[in-house]
Design a protein. Structure first.
Length: 311
């Protein structure tokens, strides 16, 4: 499993790093749009599985080890009986991305898009604290489909805007999420005592989240120190926040880390509600695309919105 996981990661890096760093933006936009199309297929698959298996009083979520025996993940290509919804969402995401690409460009994420995405994420995050699985199960299928479509398309739009601002800006946002995740994992392993959301993600702890915030703070400090020396990365998210002072920087990074953690938890809620261990098996050793980008889905639009107001 570890060998497969590493090999998949290497292949993805070989695809995405050159696309991110070359001068032309089209390869990066195309690759990331394909990523969102696959994530849309997974989203449709997950909400259909939930719609088929829900009952008036949803049972408590099974423990992770019970998935393989009692409720195995749906095989690739075998969604719920209504598989057409998964492919329709994928097609609509590709079509929506193409329309945005041709008609709007990527100078800024429009205010209406930021507001819509913000409202959707406020609703999603409210599920983590009020109602949880039962409340999500009661939401109509059409709403889940449209909400997921808007979130994934908005994330891709945000990726495109961030790339237009500069590779360093986009890379710094990605690094916030990656470093927060890694530091939260190891910090939680070493120091974790108080569970963050035991029913959704038993491994996450408040100490892990705090470790993620500290890790991102150290990353920001190192980045800001290195950028003038290397003459690179001076248009990063960290530089943007730092121009408005230490308090703004600390608050902004803390909010982004918190949002990334809640994005991860929300995807766990959707999977638990659907009886899925992974969103799919598209990425061997890693699960599905949604499993890898869940923390980025709310973080990228928020960071791009911050940029619009602070730049």
């Amino acid at each position: 499993m570890l060998k497969t996981r590493i090999l998949t990661a290497v292949v993805l890096l070989l695809l995405f790093i050159p696309a991110l760093l070359i001068e032309r933006h089209e390869p990066w936009l195309m690759l990331t749009l394909v990523l969102m199309v696959l994530a849309a297929w997974e989203w449709g698959r997950a909400i259909q599985a939930q719609a088929q298996t829900q009952d008036p009083a949803p049972a408590p979520a099974p423990a992770p080890e019970s998935f393989s025996a009692g409720n195995p993940p749906l095989p690739l290509g075998e969604s719920a009986p209504n598989a057409v919804l998964s492919y329709a969402l994928a097609a609509l995401t590709a079509l929506g991305g193409g329309c945005i690409w041709v008609a709007n460009g990527f100078e800024i994420l429009p205010t209406w898009a930021s507001v819509l995405l913000g409202l959707l994420w406020i609703y999603f995050f409210s599920l983590l604290f009020m109602g949880g699985l039962a409340r999500w199960a009661r939401a109509p299928l059409w709403f889940k489909a449209m909400a997921g479509w808007c979130v994934l398309l908005g994330t891709w739009w945000s990726i495109a805007v961030a790339q237009e601002v500069g590779s360093a800006f986009l890379l710094s946002i990605l690094c916030v999420v990656w470093v927060a995740d890694v530091c939260a994992y190891f910090g939680g392993k070493a120091l974790g005592r108080h569970k963050l959301a035991p029913q959704l993600s038993p491994g996450k702890t408040w100490e892990g989240v705090a470790s993620g915030v500290v890790g991102v703070g150290l990353l920001a400090y190192a980045w800001l120190q290195a950028a003038p020396i290397l003459h690179r990365g001076e248009d990063s998210l960290f530089a943007l926040l730092w121009r408005h002072g230490a308090w703004t920087t600390g608050l902004g990074l803390t909010v982004l880390v918190a949002v990334s953690v809640m994005g991860d938890l929300f995807e766990s809620l959707v999977k638990r509600s659907s009886g899925l261990k992974d969103s799919s098996h598209l990425l061997p050793g890693h699960g599905g695309v949604l499993d890898r980008v869940d923390a980025l889905l709310p973080t990228l639009p928020l960071a791009v919105t911050m940029m619009a107001y602070l730049r």
